[in-house]
Design a protein around this ligand. Structure first.
Ligand code: FES
Length: 237
């Protein structure tokens, strides 16, 4: 029986379908299949984000995503039912399983901060791809629609990475007293700025994933001969 658009019951047991999480799983599977069966790499100066800087970093990028708090929330609450939300009665089935925190296998998610360092180190490559997209033909500066899309991808990945909870801790979340630290006022301002960005972390997490896939599809469409690119500016240098 359908109870609402996301919940349904089978034999009296209530289940919740999380479109966002299963959408993420679908994107991962389709991307893996596309990368394996139809590799792209680079086309007309556009570097596919899955290959930036190399496809070899993808396992680390996937672990960075999988251990992100935004994705954790979905699979903890809607897939594994462990740990359930501690304060949300609607999602907590306390008669069967009480809140127990991130224990057992999920304590591996504590490595997230290390995957964050890798994610941070990868960011410059996406801006380099933007640069390459404009100077890929020797002797010319060319500004095309694809460059804007690649820049949007780099910015969204930057917002997602810099709004990370682990980063929030690193830049000041650990501090009990800012006035006791050198440059405390400045550090507090930076921390406050990151805290504002952190409010939108979930949105950045999911939109950035969709845009990565969109850039990949865009480049594939160009390779297939679709007229989806547009040149705004072409200057000899
Ligand atoms: Fe989402 Fe760190 S919590 S990237």
């Amino acid at each position: 029986m359908i109870e609402n658009k996301n919940k349904f019951s089978i034999g009296g047991e209530l289940f919740e379908l999380n479109w966002r999480f299963w959408g993420f799983v679908l994107v991962l599977l389709l991307s893996a299949a596309a990368l394996y069966l139809y590799p792209v790499g680079e086309y007309q100066g556009y570097v596919d984000p899955f290959y930036s800087p190399t496809v070899l970093v993808l396992p680390f990028v996937a672990l960075f995503r999988l251990s992100c708090y935004a994705y954790r929330k979905d699979y903890y609450r809607h897939v594994f039912k462990h740990p359930m939300a501690c304060l949300n009665d609607d999602r907590m089935d306390s008669s069967k399983r009480v809140y127990s925190g991130e224990t057992g296998f999920f304590s591996l998610n504590n490595f997230h901060r290390y995957f964050f360092y890798i994610g941070l180190a990868l960011l410059p490559f996406f801006y380099y791809d933007f640069y390459v997209s404009m100077f890929y033909t020797s002797g010319f500066f060319i500004f095309r629609l694809g460059s804007i899309i690649i820049l949007a991808n780099a910015l969204l990945l930057t917002f997602w990475t810099l709004s990370c909870h682990a980063f929030r801790h690193l830049i000041g979340g650990y501090a009990d007293c800012y006035s006791c630290l050198s440059g405390g006022n400045t550090r507090k301002k930076i921390y406050n700025g990151q805290s504002w960005l952190n409010l939108y972390h979930e949105q950045f997490a999911f939109i950035s994933l969709l845009v990565v896939v969109a850039v990949d599809l865009y480049i594939r469409a160009l390779m297939a001969g679709w007229p989806v690119d547009f040149t705004f500016l072409r200057i000899a240098i």
